[in-house]
Design a protein around this ligand. Structure first.
Ligand SMILES: [Zn+2]
Length: 143
């Protein structure tokens, strides 16, 4: 377990980004806790960012461009996540969860938001969990 200061904030050495999919093609950070998912853990959502796809309303049939590609913060990046099933990876990575069924199809706005976020995080290594449905490492390297 990473050492934490009394405020509970761990100073982390962030080395990579791990991309996940929510497993459902609609939703926001507020309702993803209802989804049975390996990124939902002890202290709420175990990922750091959620990238919405425009289907923010329950049921998913009301596309709202305001929500397409929206980046929501789920957990401070200073805190280790709970998403990879591996304590070392959880401690050294930032988790980004794309709203989507996991078939590898995302909106262009989501992909663009993902790209911007990875640039901001200044990490060298990008990978995806199998739930994402695409190889984010190959995608990023081809950029
Ligand atoms: Zn995953």
């Amino acid at each position: 377990m990473a050492a934490k200061n009394p405020s509970g904030v761990a100073t982390r050495d962030i080395r990579s980004v791990l991309v996940h999919a929510s497993g459902r093609d609609w939703g926001t950070v507020d309702d993803l806790l209802d989804v049975p998912h390996h990124c939902v853990g002890r202290n709420g959502l175990g990922v750091h960012f959620v990238l919405c796809n425009g289907n923010a309303v329950s049921g998913g049939n009301a596309y709202d461009p305001e929500w397409d590609g929206k980046i929501q913060e789920a957990r401070p990046v200073e805190q280790a996540g709970f998403h990879s099933g591996d304590a070392v990876t959880d401690t050294t990575s930032v988790a980004i969860l794309l709203v989507g069924s996991g078939d590898g199809r995302y909106t262009p706005m989501q992909i663009s938001a993902l790209e911007n976020l990875i640039h901001l995080l200044k990490v060298d290594t990008v990978a995806s969990h199998e739930c994402a449905g695409f190889d984010a490492g190959a995608w990023w390297d081809g950029d």
